[in-house]
Design a protein around this ligand. Structure first.
Ligand code: ZN
Ligand code: ZN
Length: 565
């Protein structure tokens, strides 16, 4: 560029005598210990612009939502100016270099862009920042490099601080691990009492057995380990018993803005979530740690997989009374793996109605038996020696009954799949913010934070920022989760025919289809349960909320019972 190399920052006018036009770039950073408000940045930039005799043509104001760097071109307002309105300004003025770039490579990109388009960069507070001289250029790079180091240090501090919080085993908000509830330790925690040492945790919130959830977790584990009940069946049972999920059970202990208890969201039990809870070593009372990997686009923390916290001797650290012991936990894991491997029947007893057909007399499963003349289903009580007396039913009769029912009712309907749409709810983050606020507010009375000290000032800033975040979160809407039905463009009959017997059996089991028979092949009396399929295959509207979905299910089940008697 043919511009003169002078010590002067940037000329006041263009070569044609027109005053330089200025875009002011302001950034509010909420994740660093920054105390410079956008208003103050803007004011100082304007004073600087006025002193230079330039004219302001616009302000690009961006909220920095990420602890990582956000390139100028990616920022909402500044990026839009750079990409679409570059011909409206000659100089970008910012309060300090780290308000506009956070990394050397971002600065490099910006400098290259400025050079190409004949723009200048000017800092209102860093007097040697002068992109029109060689030495100024190097100083600019140096300033950016220092800022990048500082930014990294800040994000590492945030991360390790959070890890500390999780590491000491105290409750940090959110839904507690399955079986537990948070309590304020006033006397001693279970772990210290069990170890016979003075409790170091008085005044902290920590986890203890929840009077409802701990026995429930133990019951679930027992049924899987000892009775080989599949998680799917357990989910159905818990739903039928109208037991709340841990999320809802925890939620109703929280208070809303008016101090009233929060309402449950009516979230359904789900196999995936249940299995996840049962696979967590937190069931053994172990302290778990989830390291913060970083922050996503929305400023939400991204966590690593949970890990067991271990002491110097590599032993797991207990944070609460175990729900189950390590031996049971191991048996549970083995069982869950087995069940996952063979979803549905094993090869040798491959039959369409295995687990679907129940004895109408005693309620046990009916098993396939190849027989001498024809295959039949027989009540399990026969093999136990205490037969219930229900006669066998011929396989073809039982399977024909189910197929007539299924294809007669749904065969020509387009098959839909139920898609879960998570709702929007910030109560977890809100609670975390509130817990942290409580902790920080508690520090105000500590001597180390007395009025007039730097620590005090920093603490007050932190509290202020969290209070702002709290207000933002409280203002956000709560939208319940919903199920949406999505068509597949295929009739149910076509889909059914595309499955092999084992897959058909699994489909029936997964959708809760039940057929009951008594009276034998000569005079069979049938009853059945298809409620889940009614929902999925189109008898309800898409987009209902979960609570409605549950009620609709109950209603179908009731109607089925009535119609069959
Ligand atoms: Zn303790
Ligand atoms: Zn029976």
């Amino acid at each position: 560029m043919g511009r003169p190399r002078t010590r002067r920052l940037v000329k006041a006018v263009t070569d044609t005598g027109r005053p330089l036009r200025v875009l002011i770039a302001v950034r509010l950073s909420r994740l660093t210990d920054d105390t410079t408000s956008p208003e103050r940045q803007l004011k100082e930039c304007r004073q600087y612009v006025a002193a230079k005799g330039w004219i302001e043509v616009g302000v690009a104001e961006d909220l920095d939502v990420s602890a990582r760097t956000t390139a100028p071109f990616d920022r909402a307002e500044l990026g839009s100016w750079l990409k679409h309105r570059a011909d409206e300004f000659d100089v970008i003025v910012f309060w300090r270099l780290d308000r506009i770039v956070r990394s050397v490579s971002d600065l490099n990109d910006l400098l290259n862009w400025a050079k190409k388009d004949g723009k200048h960069l000017a800092s209102a507070t860093e007097e040697h920042f002068d992109t029109s001289t060689a030495i100024g250029y190097i100083i600019a790079i140096l300033i950016a490099w220092v800022a990048e180091m500082e930014s990294q240090a800040t994000s590492e501090r945030t991360t390790s601080m959070h890890a500390d919080f999780i590491d000491d085993g105290r409750y940090r908000g959110g839904t507690p691990s399955f079986g537990y509830r948070p309590v304020l330790i006033t006397d001693t925690c279970w772990v210290c009492a069990d170890a016979g040492v003075a409790c170091r945790h008085v005044g902290q919130k920590r986890l203890e057995h929840d009077p409802v959830m701990a026995p429930l977790a133990q019951e679930v584990v027992r049924r899987i380990v000892e009775d080989s009940v599949r998680p799917m069946a357990i989910v159905k049972d818990l739903t039928a018993r109208k037991i709340m999920t841990p999320d809802d059970h925890h939620r109703i202990t929280l208070k809303d803005k008016q101090g009233k208890p929060r309402k449950p969201k009516g979230i359904a039990w789900q196999v995936g979530n249940l299995v996840l809870m049962l696979k967590s070593p937190a069931l053994m009372g172990y302290q778990m740690r989830r390291d913060v990997l970083g922050v996503d686009q929305d400023g939400k923390k991204v966590y690593d997989k949970p890990e067991i916290v271990r002491d110097a001797q590599d032993r797991p650290v207990l944070r609460a009374q175990p729900i189950i012991d390590p031996v049971t936990f191991q048996r549970l894991q083995t069982k869950l793996e087995e069940m996952n491997k063979k979803r549905g029947p094993s090869k040798k007893s491959n039959a369409l109605l295995l687990g679907v057909l129940k004895c109408g007399v005693c309620g046990l499963n009916m098993y396939i038996n190849m027989g001498r003349t024809y295959p039949y289903y027989r009540c399990k009580s026969y093999s136990s020696g205490a037969s219930c007396g229900n006669p066998n039913i011929r396989r073809e009769l039982a399977e024909a009954f189910l197929l007539d029912l299924l294809l007669g009712e749904f065969g020509d309907i387009e098959r839909c799949e139920r898609v879960y749409e998570p709702g929007e709810d910030h109560s977890d983050e809100l609670e975390q913010v509130q817990v942290t606020l409580d902790d920080l507010t508690g520090l105000l009375t500590k001597p180390a934070y007395k009025q007039g000290t730097t620590q005090r000032e920093r603490l007050e800033h932190q509290i202020e920022r969290l209070a702002e975040r709290e207000a933002v979160l409280e203002a956000k809407p709560v939208r319940p989760s919903t199920y949406r039905l999505v068509g597949t463009g295929q009739t149910f009959r076509d889909y059914w025919d595309s499955l092999n017997t084992e897959e058909q059996n699994i489909y029936l089991l997964d959708h809760g289809v039940l057929v009951t028979v008594k009276g034998g092949s000569q005079a069979p009396e049938w009853s059945y349960e298809l409620s889940d399929l009614h929902d999925i295959l189109g008898s309800i509207d898409p987009g209902i909320d979960v609570g409605e979905y549950m009620r609709a299910q109950d209603e179908h089940a009731r109607q089925n019972r009535e119609s069959v008697g």
